[in-house]
Ligand binder design. Structure first.
Ligand code: 2HA
Ligand code: ZN
Length: 274
């Protein structure tokens, strides 16, 4: 049967539009940032011949838990700015081999491009999130400006940072009741940073990389983008609050408790002083 045009696939369109959006927000300068999107086989097969990988690339970590899984991924060294105009060169569709140590390229990543340099963090985070939420599909990394700035000025303590962000916008507690995690500064692209990130992803969908950026996870593109967007908005408000001379009045813990009760959510245990 004749295959449909992959560029018309909704998930490819979402990748293209989201990358442009993130670039315009200034969170993905140059080749900054990366996205991976877990796809079902029957989302891919109407568009691509899944029996014929174009290339096979070895990976240096065990992704056996994702054997046979399909992902749309951004390309290593590629610019989010260019993805919408030249998708086939800047992103791709891949499958993890049955042995879990090879990436099979099914489409895109033209001119010998390879998946994001942060593939270890992405795949390890997918494994971690799927264990706690089988519906998770997206891992997104970017250099959200105000969150990044806060890693220079705010105490790098998960409880303290979470509480500050929760108090900057009423929405925050509702959007990320589990809070944000923080890893130590580590070399980007390494298995080590992948393991540290994935370990945190078991508890929170947001993981801060000090002096680098943020990781977010979610069930779809909007939810994941919205999660990072909400935390970044809080960080922006924090920046303005500091510039305006600091906090004079704020959301109190008792307000946050009322909010949690009203919305039926459970804040990270021990993070509210109640
Ligand atoms: O791909 O953002 O963390 C560029 C990066 C690495
Ligand atoms: Zn980065």
């Amino acid at each position: 049967m004749k295959k449909l045009d992959i560029l018309s696939a909704p998930y490819v369109q979402e990748m293209m539009k989201t990358c442009t959006n993130l670039y315009r927000l200034g969170w993905d300068e140059r080749n900054g940032g990366n996205i991976s999107y877990l796809l079902d086989e029957d989302w891919v097969s109407p568009f691509l011949d899944i029996s014929k990988p174009i290339r096979k690339l070895p990976i240096k970590f065990d992704a056996e838990k994702l054997a046979g899984c399909y992902f749309a991924v951004t390309g290593s060294g590629k610019y989010f700015k260019n993805i919408e105009e030249f998708p086939a060169e800047n992103m791709g569709i891949i499958r993890i081999s049955n042995s879990g140590d090879v990436v099979e390229v099914l489409w895109g990543l033209e001119n010998d491009a390879v998946p994001t340099s942060e593939l270890p963090s992405h795949l390890m985070s997918h494994i971690a999130r799927l264990e706690v939420d089988p519906q998770n599909r997206i891992i997104m990394h970017n250099h959200a400006t105000h969150l990044l700035a806060m890693t220079f000025t705010h105490e790098l303590d998960e409880r303290a940072l979470t509480r500050t962000l929760w108090k900057m916008c009423t929405e925050c507690l509702v959007v990320f009741p589990e809070g944000v995690s923080i890893i130590p500064w580590l070399i980007p692209g390494s298995n080590e940073i992948g393991e540290a990130t994935a370990n945190k992803m078991k508890k929170t969908r947001l993981v801060v990389w000090p002096q680098h950026g943020i990781y977010g996870a979610g069930r779809d593109m909007d939810e994941t983008f919205g999660l990072i967007e909400t935390a970044e908005k809080a960080a922006k408000v924090y920046t303005y609050v500091q510039a305006q001379g600091g906090v004079r009045q704020t959301l109190e813990d008792k307000n946050l408790k009322c909010l949690a009760d009203a919305f039926g959510i459970t804040p990270h245990e021990g993070y509210l002083d109640i």
